[in-house]
Design a protein around this ligand. Sequence first.
Ligand SMILES: [Zn+2]
Ligand SMILES: [Zn+2]
Length: 297
Amino acid sequence: MPDPLAGPGRFYKGNLHTHSTRSDGVLVPASVCELYRDAGYDFITVSDHFLPKYNFPITDTRPWRTDRFTTIPGAEVHAPATELGEMWHILAVGLPADFAPTPPTERGPALAARCVAAGAFVAIAHPTWYGLTTADADTIESAHAVEVYNHTSAVKCDRGDGWGMLDTLLARGRHLLACACDDAHFKYPDWFGGWVMVKAEILTPESLVEALKAGRYYSSQGPEIHALEVGRHEVTVECSPATTIVLLGRGSAEAAKFGEGLRSARLPLEKMRPGGYARVVVIDAQGHRAWSNPLWL
Ligand SMILES: [Zn+2]
Ligand SMILES: [Zn+2]
């Protein structure tokens, strides 16, 4: 397969999941946008909780767009009920401003499908944080991605990782992407911890959502992935200085290169081929990770 990061354009840094005072966040939308814009982010989604108690907000962030910063309208949508009896948490990036409120009878899978039909990039949010099961995830057939890192969940209760869920789904043949998000509420130090780097030709909400759906991005806590080349026998990775570069596949399939200041690695695909996918993790000297999307073999 071609390098999903090799297309035309450049990388744009963005946070897909954040809350404001339109739901249970501490900062007003203006402050959220300015915080990320001033920190060098290229885009943000303020994804307030789409619930009746907040009057179903699709938070309007258009006033804070500039030539070098854009915003994608979206929300975190909710409906009954997971296997443990909790409300679903579904991240929808790229919703229309008039997205219809969730009817009381709507269930999570139907709501996710309605978000996809409305044009959104849809992710199963923070699965570990609320004990989502694989049986739950199996019912969300329309999702594009699983949140593999949710920063606020990591900060506040050490449940930020979602790779356990995604690797299980991938091993069972699901084609799903990965995304890292802050899910910042600003009640805790929960911002600037996880983001996506999206390869796109222009910085518009539409081009970013299209690139997200196509998997033309990677996720990060710090390291950069510059290129991924899938050859017949190996994957070549180019990245910012790393101490570990790992290739992972179905089950226990793994290959890794260790060192100091590694900027590239060629990792064998042999063990990954039977499982149908491989993915790359780049770890830097501070222990921060960058994660590729699954590479379909
Ligand atoms: Zn949530
Ligand atoms: Zn959230």
